[in-house]
Design a protein around this ligand. Structure first.
Ligand SMILES: *Cc1c(COP(=O)(O)O)cnc(C)c1O
Length: 380
């Protein structure tokens, strides 16, 4: 079976350095807010923005917290951001993007994506009202959103730009386009920990300081709590693991690009569509294909020893938990819904063998759409 993602094989590919890093923390006797976290924060900020940029990175507990803490810090710094003010979010993304907005006391206003599953700048602009404060473009599947257009529209309307970079570690320009970027180090991400983790990256020092304070129970000084904060930490074991894995992130993303290129060159099936454009800059967190009958394709692949998954089966406005959260603008988003019905993600990772990639291509090319009308055999 070609697994969708063989995390065990990925972990093994980092041995013995990974176990040595964990050991180093175990024997250090220091497990939170220590030397590993501090070093990782410096290394990841420099990795994202360049060593000269003096960008700040704050390690936090997960990607949802990273998104939430940026919005909460903006509210804390800007009293003119009121309860229920609006944040524009693409209608096709992982639920955390919208969830973070709700948690920060703001209102997610959805805008449709394009055929590339990325926030449409036109839809974004159309969704802006006098209550809009921010926009969260999501670099879905590892592609970068149309940041030049989005940033220009945001600047025109004085909106804050928060990049959801949870699927795009290492994609060119990510964390440099927006005012802040949120990352997740969930094990399956391009840069994944051995558990949960997340980070905020920003070049705005005041914002970075406030995120750090809020993530530390609202305290700048121990036991003196200035703000209503929360507890969100990247622990020392995860930071040490991420430092090892960060060293190979560019090389691993290059391997993902090679797998994606082989898929794009090799897949040829009138019933299976690829993304409409070739995203040059993508770090291929996900390799999506689109089929009329997505479930039939998934079953076919399974029968040919290939595990494929769906990202995501529901658009944000279709998620039961978001009912009533997005206001009256929450109507229909045809592209987000089309993707939710037809998307299927093929296996992609830096540790796939040539044979596995070939097996996936062969299996996809063998697929023929099931007859929708009465079975031909019944008629003869
Ligand atoms: C994974 C992910 C998140 C959330 O990250 P967690 O660490 O699981 O909280 C947010 N946004 C997107 C687009 C993601 O893929």
């Amino acid at each position: 079976m070609v697994k969708f993602l063989d995390i065990q094989r990925i972990t093994e590919s980092f041995q013995p350095e990974l176990s040595a890093a964990v050991d180093r923390v175990v024997t250090s006797g220091w497990y939170l807010h220590g030397a590993e976290n501090e070093a990782f924060e410096r290394e990841f900020a420099d990795y994202c923005c360049g060593a000269g940029a003096a960008a700040k990175c704050i390690g936090v507990a997960n990607g949802l917290d990273a998104l939430y803490l940026v919005l909460a810090a903006m509210r804390s710094l800007h009293p003119e951001w009121h309860d229920g003010d609006e944040v524009i979010v693409p209608a096709m993304t992982f639920v955390a993007t919208a969830e973070a907005v709700v948690r920060a006391g703001l209102k997610p206003v959805l805008a449709d994506v394009g055929a590339d599953a990325l926030l449409s700048p036109t839809a974004f602009e159309a969704a802006i009202t006098e209550h809009t404060r921010a926009v969260i473009p999501v670099h879905l599947y590892g592609q970068t959103a149309a940041m030049d257009a989005i940033a220009a529209i945001a600047a025109q309307h004085g909106l804050f730009v928060l990049e959801d970079a949870a699927q795009a570690h290492g994609a060119d320009g990510v964390a440099l386009y927006g005012d802040a970027a949120a990352f997740s180090f969930y094990p399956g991400k391009n840069l994944g920990a051995l558990g949960d983790g997340g980070a905020v990256v920003t070049r705005d020092k005041a914002l970075a300081d406030r995120v750090r304070t809020l993530a530390n129970y609202g305290a700048e000084r121990k036991y003196y709590h200035e703000y209503q904060g929360c507890n969100s930490r990247l622990d020392e074991v995860q930071a040490a693991v991420l430092r090892v894995k960060l060293q190979r992130l560019d090389a691993d993303n290059a391997l993902r690009r090679e797998v994606a290129k082989r898929y794009m060159d090799g897949i040829s099936n009138p019933h299976v569509e690829l993304l409409p454009t070739t995203p040059e800059n993508s770090v291929w967190h996900v390799f999506p294909v689109f089929a009329d009958d997505r479930e039939a394709l998934r079953k076919h692949l399974e029968q040919h020893g290939v595990q494929a998954l769906v990202h995501y089966p529901l658009a944000i406005h279709e998620q039961p938990c978001m009912r009533g959260c997005c206001g009256e603008k929450c109507s229909i988003f045809p592209e987000a819904e089309r993707i939710a019905r037809h998307e299927l993600s093929l296996p992609i990772s830096p540790v796939m063998t040539d044979d596995e990639v070939q097996q996936v291509i062969a299996a996809v090319n063998l697929y023929s759409r099931p007859l929708t009308s009465h079975n031909f055999q019944n008629k003869v």
